[in-house]
Design a protein around this ligand. Structure first.
Ligand code: IPE
Ligand code: IPE
Ligand code: MG
Length: 250
């Protein structure tokens, strides 16, 4: 199906006001599987298809940046076999999708501590980041082994080191400078944050970056998420008035 045909069946959105950066907490894989009497892992596998659909829908909407929360620093607390199976799924997915990313003009970035992932996965991710680094159509930013507090702490440590080494004065640390020490350096702050799966919490995601992000929670479990849900979220986003602490001018 062509992009124009797909769009015709979806909730209408204003193409001149799409969010520049959408961030998604992909939640509900386990519950999706449980409702079907399947092992949790089947939910994660089905979630991979939702990633594909969402990426395609973002491309069709010309959304320039998509951040997907795939594995948090707290997810290591899960049973070993789930963590191991997730890492395997990640490895398989990166291997099978790398060419598609290259071909479709998608740049892969990772937000999170790569050094604490299994070394072969870290190497594979670095390779794909290198191969896609000149792509400009869409930035796919995967939050992997990501925690908002861990991100802030590594930033503060590096800043403190730079100050101690005389590279920076404490007074020179402003919003813009601080942002450059975050994993998301160079990305605009998210305009829209979507959480699937019905929970209404942030779970340690992008704590600094979402200061003025519009939040959108939906009940649908991540494996069922697709273009229609993305369009509904963008529609809701477009119906809101962002004031950034100021007053409406119209
Ligand atoms: C989100 O789905 C995927 C990851 C955190 C890896 P969950 O696995 O958290 O699914 P629920 O919340 O248990 O349903
Ligand atoms: C948030 O989901 C993390 C990811 C989607 C990767 P969780 O399922 O881990 O969050 P909690 O435990 O419900 O807060
Ligand atoms: Mg969950």
């Amino acid at each position: 199906m062509k992009a124009s045909e797909r769009a015709a069946a979806l909730p209408a959105i204003d193409p001149t006001r799409v969010p520049q950066h959408v961030a998604i907490i992909m939640d509900g894989n386990g519950r999706w599987a449980r409702e079907r009497g399947l092992p949790r892992m089947e939910g994660h596998r089905a979630g991979r298809e939702a990633v594909r659909r969402t990426l395609e829908a973002c491309r069709d909407l010309a959304i320039g940046n998509l951040t997907l929360y795939a594995f948090s620093t707290e997810n290591w607390r899960r049973p070993n076999d789930e963590v191991e199976a997730l890492m395997l799924l990640l490895r398989e997915s990166v291997a099978s999708e790398a060419e598609e990313l290259v071909k479709n003009g998608i740049r892969l970035r990772i937000s999170g501590d790569l050094d604490r992932l299994p070394p072969e996965i870290a190497a594979q991710l670095r390779d794909v980041m290198g191969r896609t680094r000149h792509n400009e159509r869409l930035v796919l930013n995967f939050a992997l082994n990501y925690g908002g507090r861990a991100e802030l702490l590594q930033a503060v440590r590096r800043l403190a080191r730079d100050v101690a080494n005389g590279l920076l004065t404490p007074e020179a640390i402003d919003d813009a400078r601080f942002s450059r020490y975050l994993y998301t350096d160079g990305l605009p702050d998210p305009d829209l944050l979507i959480r699937t799966g019905g929970e209404q919490r942030i779970s340690n995601f992008l704590l600094w970056q979402i200061a003025y992000t519009e939040l959108y929670f939906c009940e649908v479990y991540w494996p069922d998420f697709g273009a229609v849900h993305l369009h509904e979220a963008v529609q809701a986003y477009q119906s809101r008035r962002r004031r950034f602490g100021g007053v409406d001018d119209g």
